[in-house]
Design a protein around this ligand. Structure first.
Ligand SMILES: C[S@@+](CC[C@H](N)C(=O)[O-])C[C@H]1O[C@@H](n2cnc3c(N)ncnc32)[C@H](O)[C@@H]1O
Length: 279
């Protein structure tokens, strides 16, 4: 992928930083995994305590430049992998006990502003949407998948009410010309029965395509399962998320892991067994 950083002055401001720090307590030292390094907002703050170590990951190769700066400043305390967090088992852990694993899901401000990535419906460029380490782009999805699959993607990942009509019109229009970002926005606009009042008409379809292209749901599930396997005793997993589908997955996962599960609801509490599902 050939994504460019727009300007050196553009900056992603880490969200909920104080809240994250108060949960993971870096003042006590320890080793932390930053699964979504981005521009390193969280990592930098954690590394302020000289007794901390960070293992950072990001699937976007553009993060490497920011990681190099941290590596230079924090010799032997900072490691970076250009990896997806779904491949968390590939990192080298040596003997470090992991105190906390942090996920700040989604895209950074810098990625959204990079018009070449085609993440925004304002983009004039190609329909790309790849974060990094992907198998296909949004253009391949929109220009090749059949109507039934497009409908399902928009309906499930975008909760788009007019998914059927949009999918139908995409398949009809792409017979004439390849669909790029602006063409897709036009198709969505004329397919919608009612204009959205609060958000842009294309918001949900664009969200659905981003989730599908980057396999965000399976990444999240896999990242969470693998985190549990490498986390030390009393370790903490922190996840910052913005959309409801992720929120449901995270809450289900945390609830499941923090409850004692019975073998059967017909058995009394006294013979409660250990957790049924082994991660
Ligand atoms: C919201 S930004 C994180 C910003 C970061 N906390 C900071 O302070 O700069 C999310 C970052 O996670 C990365 N990312 C998203 N999904 C990922 C995945 N499955 N594996 C690795 N990195 C991922 C994106 O490339 C992006 O850089």
């Amino acid at each position: 992928m050939n994504a460019t950083i727009i300007s050196n002055n553009e900056k992603h401001y880490p969200v909920l930083l104080d809240e994250i720090l108060s949960i993971i307590s870096p003042q006590n030292g320890g080793t932390f995994i930053d699964c979504t390094f981005g521009q390193g907002g969280y990592s930098k703050a954690i590394l302020k305590n000289p007794k901390t170590k960070i293992i950072a990951l990001d699937r976007d190769l553009n993060s490497e430049k920011f990681a190099q700066e941290l590596k230079d400043k924090n010799k032997n305390r900072f490691l970076f992998y250009n990896l997806k967090f779904g491949d968390l088992e590939k990192i080298e852990l040596t003997n470090n006990k992991i105190n906390a694993i942090i996920f700040d899901l989604g895209f950074s401000y810098i990625q959204i502003k990079d018009l070449e990535r085609g993440l925004s419906f304002k983009s004039a460029g190609p329909l790309d949407m790849r974060m990094g380490i992907n198998n296909f782009s949004a253009s391949e999805v929109v220009n090749t998948l059949d109507q039934k699959d497009l409908n399902l993607i928009f309906k499930i990942f975008g909760e788009e009410k007019d998914s059927k009509q949009i999918a139908k019109n995409i398949v009809r229009e792409r017979k004439k010309n390849k669909i790029d970002t602006q063409k897709l926005v036009d198709i969505i606009n004329f397919s919608k029965k009612k204009n959205n009042k609060k958000t842009h008409n294309a918001t949900k379809v664009f969200q659905a395509l981003r989730i599908f292209v980057n396999k965000e749901v399976s990444e999240l599930i896999s990242g969470l399962i693998k985190s549990v396997k490498i986390l030390g005793k009393n370790g903490i997993i922190v996840v910052v998320s913005f959309h409801s589908l992720e929120d449901k997955i995270i809450k289900f996962f945390f609830k499941f892991l923090s409850e004692k599960n019975k073998v059967s609801r017909y058995l009394p509490d006294s013979i409660n067994s250990p957790k049924v599902l082994k991660l």
